[in-house]
Write a protein that binds this ligand. Structure first.
Ligand code: G3P
Ligand code: MG
Length: 239
């Protein structure tokens, strides 16, 4: 089962920072999940929210600031400054360390025209297409990526109770994975995806009881904020 460090090792370190990604890698995690937006000058930046307020010392919209402005804000702690990473910086690091990445395109609230083309160009620049999975709650973004690149692995993100017959829905769009909310997922939905040849990666699994259930249901991957205990439990299972 693939374990994705959700926004890096975000249970212990500031989410979506190079520190959180590197700590997850040091804990033995080989796959990361991150969220991308576009800056005012059209650069891809790694941050979860449309607004800076929750995770940085600044306020306002991410897309109202240039990359240089964004990188001066602190996404870390008072003790340890961490810049908002550019996706370019992250890709160089992922290539260097052989990390698999789920890039979540955050176009569910604000649509950034051309963001899918920019993500693809960056992944091509670093020769990272085979090591990347693209997802979004905005299925238009996922379908756009599928149109742009046949070989890109793609996933439909769905919140809450999900969609009926989501495996068949994904297969129709030649989308390889379904990314559901683990709090609402049913075994029937997993089985329907399996029947359609669609993989299932589940978020966000921090509870080890829920992890046991996901193992029993034979899902393909889980996203977790606490990658070390999840990896330890899976290691024991396979020992
Ligand atoms: O991609 C899985 C998960 O990250 C989706 O929700 O809000 O944490 O980006 P969110
Ligand atoms: Mg995400």
């Amino acid at each position: 089962m693939r374990v994705f460090a959700h926004r890096g090792y975000s249970g212990l370190y500031p989410e979506n920072t190079m520190l959180a990604f590197d700590k997850a890698r040091e804990a033995g995690c080989k796959a990361m999940e991150l969220d991308v937006h576009l800056s005012k000058d059209g650069e891809l930046v790694i941050i979860h929210d449309e607004m800076l307020d929750r995770t940085t010392n600044a306020k306002g919209l991410v897309c109202s600031h240039t990359l240089a402005e964004l990188q001066a804000f602190n996404a870390g702690t008072e003790e340890q400054f961490q810049a908002i990473p550019s996706l370019d910086t992250y890709c160089r690091w992922a290539k260097q360390h052989g990390i698999f990445t789920n890039v979540e395109i955050k176009t569910n609230l604000i649509y950034y025209p051309g963001i899918e083309e920019k993500v693809l160009a960056l992944l091509e620049k670093y020769n990272l297409i085979e090591q990347t999975l693209i997802s979004s709650f905005n299925h238009g973004s996922v379908i756009r990526m599928r149109q742009l690149c046949e070989s890109m692995q793609c996933a439909f993100l769905v919140g809450g109770r999900g969609l009926a017959n989501v495996g068949s829905y994904a297969k129709n769009f030649k989308v390889e994975y379904y990314h559901p909310d683990g709090a609402f997922l049913t075994k029937a939905a997993v089985d329907e995806c399996k029947d359609q040849g669609v993989g299932v990666n589940v978020w966000t699994i921090d509870d080890l009881g829920l992890l046991h259930k996901m193992i029993t249901w034979n899902v393909d991957g889980v996203f977790t904020n606490h990658c070390a205990p999840v990896l330890a439990l899976l290691g024991e299972k396979h020992a």
